[in-house]
Design a protein around this ligand. Structure first.
Ligand code: COA
Length: 178
């Protein structure tokens, strides 16, 4: 990830700081798709999990983000928790470039498997991760993650299926940004 120079189209990818937490929370809340979490959680992620999070900005405005972490019990995996792109910028490859930046982030070093969970109704997210697996020539396995019964009944949350994509190869991941 290049932390200082904007890409050819003015998008800059960088590691977040606490000052980004509010903008990430706003993108999540406005997405209408992502689970809205407390603003405090995004401050924690931008502070203590910054090495596995990415900000995309244009002229100082946050237009996309990825949050994730390294699961302590699966050291070979990097887990992508949420990815979001401003509605005005979707469909132009920014989601793929964000995931590429995430996989090249300092916190993802050495990981050979990308993990995430996706609800069956999230067509855009399934399209994004299917395209990433295809473009980097990796296998994509889909298995049980969290079921509807794991969530509190009053929330009416869908299943979250576990996607595992690998093996990750650095040269193929870099090509995603071209
Ligand atoms: C999911 C999301 C991040 C994708 O970002 P994006 O910038 O639009 O995605 P890209 O333009 O990089 O597209 C990547 C691939 O996904 C596919 N895709 C993107 N949106 C899609 C949609 N609505 N339906 C089907 N496929 C879709 C694209 O066709 C592309 O595949 P391709 O390389 O075969 O053409 C964006 O739609 C978003 O922010 N959605 C709301 C939040 C969300 O659902 N996040 C995921 C759950 S954590």
């Amino acid at each position: 990830m290049n932390d200082s120079t904007p890409d050819h189209d003015g998008v800059r990818f960088r590691t977040p700081t606490v000052a980004d937490g509010a903008a990430v929370w706003r993108l999540v809340t406005e997405s209408g798709v992502l689970d809205p979490n407390s603003s405090y959680l995004y401050l924690l992620l931008c502070k203590d999990f910054a090495e596995t999070c990415v900000i995309a900005e244009v002229a100082g405005r946050v237009v996309g983000f990825v949050t994730g972490y390294r699961p302590p019990s699966r050291p070979g995996s990097v887990f992508l928790w949420q990815v979001g792109v401003d509605a005005s910028m979707r469909g132009h490859g920014l989601g793929k470039r964000l995931v590429s930046a995430f996989l090249q982030s300092p916190g993802a070093a050495g990981a050979d498997t990308l993990e995430t969970t996706i609800s069956p109704s999230n067509t855009a997210s399934r399209g994004l991760f299917g395209a990433i697996a295809r473009d980097i020539g990796a296998e994509m396995q889909v298995g049980p993650g969290f079921t509807q019964a794991d969530f509190p009944p009053e929330g009416d949350h869908e299943d979250e299926e576990l996607y595992r994509i690998g093996p990750l190869q650095a040269d193929r991941i870099k090509q995603l940004t071209l």
